[in-house]
Design a protein around this ligand. Structure first.
Ligand SMILES: Cc1ncc(COP(=O)(O)O)c(C=O)c1O
Length: 383
């Protein structure tokens, strides 16, 4: 028998979402409100740009950091949207936002470091932290309407803390943060000399107030990494294009990790991305309008069912709780079996997600209506 494999790989698990799907995938007549990807098509001009790149034989490696023109244009695009000051050399083009997160964590962490996460949270961070033999410190945000507060952050910091990860608008809660709330968090990060990774992949889906990027705070310049990408904004999940924006002094380090992993992001996807942030830069607005209608519809329906729910300010998710003591996995399974409607069990988003269900409204209003009708009948079978 060869020697044991990396114990950290053995320690991580398939995501809870995947386990749930494996159990329910063969069941018939299930209406799913589970998927975390836009139900819109990729904008036509973006698809055309990918085809044109193929036809022009733009099928070779690019610079490791990504095409210069793309980095230049995406920094302009983000700067125009959020009043930030990124330049082309502060951008790394990655294989989805997922790879940007991995590269940031692999570059920053050594064994024993602690990383603070507000929870419930997107399940893509914790396993990557474990792979670095670093430790996750989760903050329970359920008492503060799913918001990370500066006070809670201050209390979670130890002398081992190195990184804070802050995703907003949030998957799975949809909650976002105001400039004042962000400023208070920023002060704690600076005071304790930490790195901050904000995952702003849902930044274009912000309803009640414009998204505020953490990068507006100049004091963070040396320590802030912003993750973004085109998967959600431009309905481009399969193109696998993400962006890591970071301090100039770390960009060569990030680029080395990317180089020895994938050399560069796919060339044709990068040309499509260039179109997305120039010609198709307004495409996210239409999608955001549709998500807003759906957000309002779902909120109204859940409230009418007597479900107490935090109104999400962005992304396309609701985290809600029904009056049922069962673990969320069992409850979600029962909803599939009895009501033929699927939500993701809250336990997939860390232990503080237990007791909740996540609804995605990246679905048409008709689908949402049918799914919510099924939930309503489940909750009051004999009206
Ligand atoms: C908060 C968050 N970050 C990152 C990602 C990954 O994005 P990508 O598909 O671009 O890798 C997701 C996908 O669901 C997400 O919800």
């Amino acid at each position: 028998m060869p020697k044991p494999i990396n114990s950290a790989v053995e320690a991580i698990e398939l995501s809870g979402i995947r386990k749930f799907f494996n159990l329910v995938q063969d069941k018939e007549d299930i209406l799913s409100l589970t998927i975390g990807q836009p139900d819109f098509s990729t904008p036509e001009s973006v698809k055309q740009a990918a085809k044109d790149a193929l036809d022009a034989n733009k099928t070779t490696y690019t610079q490791n950091q990504g095409l210069y023109e793309l980095r230049d244009k995406v920094s302009q695009y983000i700067n125009d949207l959020y009043g930030t000051h990124w330049c082309a050399n502060q951008v790394l083009v990655t294989v989805g936002a997922s790879q940007a997160i991995d590269i940031a964590l692999r570059t920053l962490l050594v064994p024993g470091d602690e990383v603070i996460l507000p929870s419930p949270i997107y399940p893509g961070y914790e396993p990557l932290i474990t792979l670095q033999h670093a430790k996750v410190v989760a903050i329970d945000t359920t008492p503060t309407a799913f918001k990370l507060t500066a006070d809670a952050l201050e209390q979670a910091i130890t002398d081992k803390t190195k990184v804070v990860i802050l995703p907003y608008p949030s998957n799975p809660t949809g909650v976002t943060l105001t400039k004042d709330e962000l400023a208070a968090i920023k002060d704690v990060v600076v005071k304790h000399d930490l790195y901050l990774i904000t995952d702003e992949i849902y930044s274009t889906i912000s309803f009640d107030a414009p998204h505020v990027s953490m990068a507006v705070f100049e004091e963070l310049a040396e320590r802030l990494i912003v993750i973004n990408g085109l998967s959600k904004s431009h309905a481009m999940t399969g193109f696998r294009i993400g962006f890591l924006f970071g301090p100039l002094h770390l960009m060569d380090q990030f680029t080395k990790v990317l180089q020895y992993n994938v050399s560069c992001a796919t060339s044709t996807s990068q040309y499509a991305a260039l179109n997305a942030v120039t010609e198709a830069k307004d495409a996210p607005n239409k999608m955001c309008e549709a998500y807003l209608d759906r957000r309002n519809y779902v909120y109204h329906r859940l409230q009418a069912m007597g479900i107490d729910v935090v109104k999400p300010g962005g992304a396309f998710y609701f985290m809600f709780k029904i009056n049922d003591p069962r673990p969320s996995f069992d409850l979600a399974l029962d909803l599939v079996e009895q009501a033929h409607v699927a939500f993701v069990p809250g336990s997939s988003f860390g232990r503080f997600g237990e007791g909740y269900l996540r609804l995605s409204y990246a679905y048409s209003l008709d689908t949402l209506k049918e799914g919510l009708d099924r939930l309503e009948r489940y909750l009051s079978p004999n009206p």
